[in-house]
Write a protein of this length. Structure first.
Length: 109
């Protein structure tokens, strides 16, 4: 059995939180969560217990998929230097650059 990703965990906790906010009992929320996500009642109960401690739903982040790119040596060096000086990761910098490029391309289309 594989472990849940952070995204899956956040979605399940938010679902449990929502069930509790709607007034379902712990037992009802557990059964609903178990059925909705095809997980064991024991695991669903753990999510419900943890959701009871939340003040608000969690932010759900999109899973990160590794992508390999080949860059010219000088560009790779500048990327590393910028990452070191900015406190961002190389992936964050590349992601932001791609978002800006795709946004501009979409605006021109």
């Amino acid at each position: 059995m594989s472990r849940s990703t952070d995204t899956q965990m956040a979605r399940r906790l938010n679902a449990a939180f929502g069930l509790l906010v709607r007034g379902l009992s712990v037992a009802e929320a557990t059964m609903t969560l178990s059925s909705d996500f095809a997980i064991s009642r024991r695991q669903a109960y753990r999510y419900v217990r943890q959701a009871r401690t939340l003040d608000a739903p969690l932010a759900v982040t999109e899973p990160i998929i590794p992508v390999t790119v080949k860059l010219p040596g000088d560009m790779a060096r500048r990327l590393r230097a910028h990452a070191a000086s900015s406190g961002l990761t190389q992936g964050e910098i590349v992601g932001r650059a791609l978002e800006a490029y795709i946004g501009q391309a979409r605006d021109r289309a």
